[in-house]
Design a protein around this ligand. Sequence first.
Ligand code: NAG
Ligand code: NAG
Ligand code: NAG
Ligand code: NAG
Length: 343
Amino acid sequence: MALAIGVIAFAKNYLLYIPYVRNRIIFTMQFQLLFILLFVLSSCICIAGAASITKTIVVDQNWSGNFTTIQAAVNSIPDGNQQWIQIFVKRGVYREKVNIPMSKSFIVLQGEGPTKTSIEWDDNGDTMNCATFIVNANDFIARDIAFVNSFKQPSGGPYVVAEAALVGGDRNSFYRCSFFGYQDTLCDYHGRHFYEECWIEGAIDFIFGFAQSMYLNCVLNSVGQGWLIANAKVNESFASGFVFKYCTIRASTKTYLGRPWNNWSTVVFYNTFMPSNIEPQGWDTWGTSPNPYQTTFAEENCLGPGSDKSKRVSWLKYPSKEQLSNFIQIKFIGPDNWLSQRP
Ligand SMILES: *[C@@H]1O[C@H](CO)[C@@H](O)[C@H](O)[C@H]1NC(C)=O
Ligand SMILES: *[C@@H]1O[C@H](CO)[C@@H](O)[C@H](O)[C@H]1NC(C)=O
Ligand SMILES: *[C@@H]1O[C@H](CO)[C@@H](O)[C@H](O)[C@H]1NC(C)=O
Ligand SMILES: *[C@@H]1O[C@H](CO)[C@@H](O)[C@H](O)[C@H]1NC(C)=O
């Protein structure tokens, strides 16, 4: 089945490459067919015995649900919760900050689609607290919802941290979600995470953090000069890093793939489309230190005019077949196969 998903994903990516100047609505529409296929496939997983949702709470701004704000729904879930509870968020723009604390696990946040259900706020400056959406709970799922930080950056800078989301629990997964911001859009902070068919938009370090994450079939949309990725590791032996597999990069202006937030920064692009606006050297240092030679930045099987590696930095890594396989298989985010045990 993994093979089937891979084949579909790959075919879909090719569809996206041809006219890669598209708006995000068309992007969303293109995915409809894929959703249906994935739905059929995920039904098979259910039959195989995945956990199921025990209860659904409805959030609706028009007073026809249980709550009118998402945070009120989150607060209604008892601390120490052990069963999957779905918070179904009806269409609308929810102007609130939402925080799912460590004590409230097993939540499924379900929207009606990233162009229909969104959570928006515009806080800035404080990396640990400014995100519109913060999850520090383990075992969290979000589907079909957008996270937006609408802070208006000063034109010409200096730009400031303004996160759409901070993801800090273990076993957190996101499906068909959008993240909009400019600087530091997605703080992929800590834990093992999976993102599939997500749209992540920004300009400066717009995916950053210490997490151990796989991004499958996502679009990284760069809307200004900067760096897409700024990864860091807790320490040298810590098994973290960001893997981008079957993704598509879009860039409105020249930009770098990434820069090392610390000495062991680890980022792998696999089978990813790179447009011509990727700087030929690909990666940047972060001033003179951290030392980029200890980092692991790799690009394998990538496509598109920006994927030419001939002018890349000398410290780009060329993993062996076995090393590459350790990055691109789902076991990169943990050998315990936690993803397949989700509702
Ligand atoms: C949500 O509303 C439905 C319909 O009124 C009700 O049956 C259910 O008990 C409510 N759930 C909660 C958690 O309030
Ligand atoms: C809430 O009401 C507005 C105005 O009547 C409507 O446009 C919108 O679709 C409603 N939302 C839902 C989720 O029914
Ligand atoms: C690396 O960090 C992890 C997590 O904090 C810790 O368990 C481990 O002991 C650290 N290893 C070294 C070599 O510092
Ligand atoms: C990173 O590497 C440089 C050069 O080897 C070293 O001077 C620096 O202390 C290292 N930083 C950390 C946090 O280990």
